[in-house]
Design a protein around this ligand. Structure first.
Ligand code: SF4
Length: 123
């Protein structure tokens, strides 16, 4: 499902994703976005309702505030880097129950077998 977001919400998410492990104090985010605390609070509440951040109560700089912790992660294309499909001449006709099947594709099999997942036994 596609979520409708304002430009400000998108900027807030991009900034928050840079701190995806620790989150950031909401006042820091307002400062970086150049918005008032009232406007910023509205954005944070919207993002929380959408399940994008959680607002955690925290005592910082001599007062209670909220830390915004992202509940989403940045995607990395690293796991599929080098896959043969994007440059394959048969890509448009390939699929399960189609004229060309990935189940019998030698190029795909060779690429998968050549991947180092780092999860298998060593030695
Ligand atoms: S699975 Fe094989 S045939 Fe299908 S798009 Fe990928 S490389 Fe091409």
């Amino acid at each position: 499902m596609q979520m409708k977001m304002t430009k400000l919400e998108e900027r807030a998410i991009k900034l928050l994703l840079k701190y995806e492990d620790s989150g950031m104090l909401q006042s820091e985010l307002w400062h970086k976005l150049g918005v008032t605390s009232r406007e910023g609070s509205r954005i944070a509440i919207k993002l929380e309702k959408k399940g994008i951040v959680k607002r955690v109560k925290e005592f910082a700089n001599d007062r209670w505030t909220r830390r915004l912790v992202p509940l989403i992660k940045q995607l990395s294309i690293a796991p599929i880097k080098g896959a043969p499909c994007p440059s394959c001449a048969y890509e448009s006709v390939c699929g399960l129950e189609r004229s060309v099947s990935p189940c019998t594709c030698v190029r795909l099999e060779e690429w998968v077998l050549g991947q180092d997942t780092g999860t298998g036994p060593s030695g």
